[in-house]
Ligand binder design. Structure first.
Ligand code: PLP
Length: 385
């Protein structure tokens, strides 16, 4: 039987293993010097001033929502085309979520609909917006920032799919996801299918010193050991719990892996873009199959490579028999039973049309041309093209 080709997977090199081994031989297993080193390197990569490493992106989203003071009675706008963690973070804090339909080209939150919604609602109805750079397509955060400012909303950018993605702002300047200029926070995940992997792992970036300090203390039980921040000082052992926080710390061992992986993120991104170009060329001309929208005004980071076809279920099942394991991203969040019980049934037409036809083909930077050619050949075989 032919080798299994998954939709995504991590790549661990000997260099990664050596980095983790060195950390294991060091003095720290949990909070050592590699945490700050990884944070500094990631802040430099994204272009934001501050970064805070946490256990995973779900914890990252939770801390962002807490730091932005989400609380019962507050409403936050969100895209339905995402992993449930994006909106769950608001619910963790007692807030409520309203979903806005997606743009049929980019599959991200539709900014026209968002603007319409905000202009037709009384001031203060919504306190923030969670937007996702879906599949690696960067949202126009310059525009979103202007809209949010006008309506007094904060922004969380869920950039889990999109490290290194860039868009051109209205002055044609390239802007990178999570650069700190537009969203109050951006978050990233280091889950094995994402661009860099630490097993569990996540990062929060921001340009605000105040927000940075808030998430940093919330990450570790709300406790500070910094004498400058304490109300008194009984001696060297003394520390203070100043707010109700969590243990969301990312261990030194995993930061060692993250640092090592981050060194390759540029080459990995180039490879993903190259694979996307090869797919686009080699799948071209198959009637009934639509490849992703990728205008020259964006640098997509291709966490996922999503095609659309009315024969999605048949194609998914057919490829599975050939050991090519595709996936579907995402089931509309509002269709999840928990959300339906909480908010009742709803329907967003673009999201549903997208969901009925979307299929994520295998996409990972260690994929070989031969593996990709096998995927393409099977798809062509399926369509008889
Ligand atoms: C992966 C992912 C998350 C959650 O990341 P974890 O690190 O697994 O908690 C959140 N949002 C999006 C869009 C994701 O893809």
């Amino acid at each position: 039987m032919s080798q299994v080709i998954p939709y995504g997977k991590q790549e661990i090199t000997n260099e990664d293993i050596a980095a983790v081994t060195a950390a294991l031989k060091g003095d720290y297993l949990t909070q050592g010097p590699l945490v700050a080193e990884f944070e500094k390197a990631f802040a430099d990569f994204s272009g934001a001033k501050y970064a805070v490493a946490v256990t995973n992106a779900t914890a990252a989203l939770h801390l962002c929502a807490l730091a932005l003071k989400v609380q019962p009675g507050q409403k936050v706008l969100c895209t339905p085309n995402t992993f449930v963690a994006s909106s769950n973070s608001i619910l963790y804090c007692g807030g409520d979520v309203e979903f806005i339909d997606i743009d049929p080209d980019t599959y991200c939150l539709d900014l026209d609909l968002l603007e319409k919604k905000l202009s037709s609602s009384p001031a203060g109805t919504y306190s923030g917006v969670v937007a996702v750079d879906f599949a690696g397509y960067p949202v126009d955060f310059h525009r979103l920032h202007q809209v949010a400012k006008k309506h007094n909303l904060w922004i969380i950018e869920d950039a889990c799919h999109a490290p290194g993605a860039e868009f051109q702002d209205s002055y044609s300047r390239w802007q990178r996801t999570g650069n700190g200029d537009f969203a109050n926070f951006a978050v990233y995940s280091f889950h094995p299918v994402k661009h860099i992997a630490t097993g569990e792992g996540g990062m929060i970036v921001t340009n605000s010193k105040e927000l940075y300090e808030k998430v940093r203390i919330l990450r570790t039980h709300g406790i500070t050991k910094n004498p400058d921040e304490m109300s008194r000082n009984d001696g060297g052992w003394y520390m203070e719990m100043q707010t109700l926080g969590f243990n969301y710390r990312l261990p030194d061992i995993l930061c060692a892996l993250g640092l090592s992986q981050l060194k390759r993120i540029g080459t990995n991104l180039s490879r993903r873009r190259e694979l996307a170009n090869r797919y686009a060329q080699n799948l071209q001309g198959i009637s009934g199959l639509k490849t992703p929208f990728a205008p020259a005004s964006v640098k997509h980071s291709y966490h996922l490579y999503i095609v659309q076809t009315e024969k999605r279920l048949e194609l998914y099942n057919y490829l599975k028999t050939k050991n090519i394991l595709c996936q579907v991203h995402y089931i509309p969040v509002y269709q999840q039973p928990y959300y339906q019980q909480r908010y009742g049934k709803m329907s967003l037409p673009q999201m549903e049309k997208y969901y009925s036809q979307a299929l994520s083909l295998p996409m990972y930077h260690s994929m070989t041309n031969a593996e990709q050619d096998r995927v393409v050949a099977e798809i062509r075989g399926f369509f008889g093209a």
